[in-house]
Design a protein around this ligand. Structure first.
Ligand code: GDP
Length: 367
């Protein structure tokens, strides 16, 4: 039975069904004398970590474990989806350990964004969410921006201890760690992972030069992420690939914007004004009148208003609405995982529609 199949790398129970879940190995691997899961295999042979996801309960176990060890914690968030990719409750689990907060994918933000200002914003948000990081970095793991500085800070703050890298799926944790591996080892070989005897930790350890480890934890599936509700192929549509170009819409009261069929923005009152949309450039924005919007959605979701795809309409959650009154200048209406709409002047009443389970919220303008 599966019970006997334990990965010699990370100690996880091996399964052969789902390549994206923890412990996956192809069925053929079970015939070998020593079994290694795909994630450890990739690290061993290609010096590459691969993201796998864990259920909430198992992830909590790992977090609990971190609190009991003496380590540095590096938490990665997707700067394009800051709130949606936050790990709630992390601060309760880190115990007395220091935390470095890394905002990844900064390459997606318009060049005009002042990084220092954004870092300040991240510190404030983190504090409000209960976390007091030692340092905050803005990086692009994909492009290698600020990775050297971040690696250096990690090395300084770890002070001879292990490093745990945590983040929910899709924040770019694997890309980040793969960069760090290159920084730390050059192109040299990484000898993988020998698991802690007698435990199943589901984590893989990447050796650092002083005998300590950089520990890759599985990503947690954050159920509020928009990514959860779209087809894999459509992830490419909603995830920006390059710098987002802000789109300005002059709206009259009573006008609606559809963001594909995934979200809807109603401008209720506040006089004619402009709204700046920060969304993937590939996402289709459709403008209509509020009075026609329900019917239009009913008729055209899955075709003109897509994603979602026709074949997924049955399982796609209904859009639920949330009303906001903008009291302060420079406010973002955030459609978690899709992007945001910036309102520059106060006094507007708007309604945000998102799939049930996804978050819509207001924040002080990021940019
Ligand atoms: P993980 O699930 O957290 O391990 O994330 P991955 O490393 O697999 O990355 C998730 C997605 O984000 C992939 O499509 C990556 O190409 C993309 N990604 C990762 N880092 C960056 C980055 O710095 N900038 C941009 N634009 N995309 C990134």
């Amino acid at each position: 039975s599966d019970l006997q199949h334990i990965c010699i790398g990370c100690g996880v129970k091996v399964q052969t069904e789902d390549p994206e879940k923890i412990g996956y190995a192809p069925a053929s691997a079970l015939e070998k004398e020593t079994i290694i899961c795909q994630r450890c295999f990739r690290l061993k042979h290609y010096n590459e970590v691969q993201d796998v996801s864990l259920t909430d309960d198992d992830f909590l176990k790992i977090l609990n474990g971190i609190g009991k060890t003496d380590a540095l914690v590096v938490m990665i968030v997707d700067i394009f989806d800051f709130n949606g990719s936050w790990l709630p409750g992390l601060h309760r689990f880190v115990g007395g350990n220091k935390v470095i907060l890394v905002g990844n994918k900064v390459d997606l933000l318009p060049k005009s964004v002042k990084h220092n200002k954004l870092i300040h914003w991240m510190k404030q948000e983190a504090r409000e969410l209960g976390l007091r990081p030692e340092e905050v970095f803005l990086v692009s793991a994909a492009k290698g921006w600020t990775m050297k500085e971040t690696a250096a800070a990690i090395d300084e703050y770890r002070d001879g201890k292990d490093v745990y890298v945590v983040g929910c799926t899709n924040v770019g944790k694997s890309t980040f760690i793969n960069r760090i591996i290159k920084e730390v080892t050059g192109e040299g070989d990484i000898i993988t992972t020998s698991h802690f005897p007698g435990t199943t930790l589901d984590i893989i350890q990447i050796p650092l030069d002083d005998g300590k480890s950089l520990v890759d934890t599985p990503g947690i599936i954050n159920h509020h992420q928009m990514a959860h509700f779209v087809d894999k192929r459509d992830l490419k549509v909603i995830t920006p690939k390059r710098e987002i170009k802000p789109m300005v819409f002059q709206l009259n009261e009573g006008q609606t914007l559809f963001f594909g069929g995934l979200a809807r923005f109603d401008y209720v009152s506040g006089g004619r004004r402009s709204f700046v949309c920060y969304l993937s450039n590939d996402l289709n924005i459709h403008r209509t009148k509020v009075e026609n919007a329900d019917e239009l959605y009913e008729k055209h979701v899955g075709e003109m208003l897509t994603p979602p795809r026709q074949e997924h309409l049955e399982t796609f959650p209904e859009l639920v609405k949330q009303e906001f009154f903008i009291k302060e200048a420079k406010t973002d209406i955030v459609f978690s995982g899709l992007g945001w709409v910036t309102v520059n002047e106060p006094g507007a009443k708007v309604i945000a529609y998102v799939p049930k389970g996804v978050q819509a919220l207001l924040r002080k303008s990021l940019i």
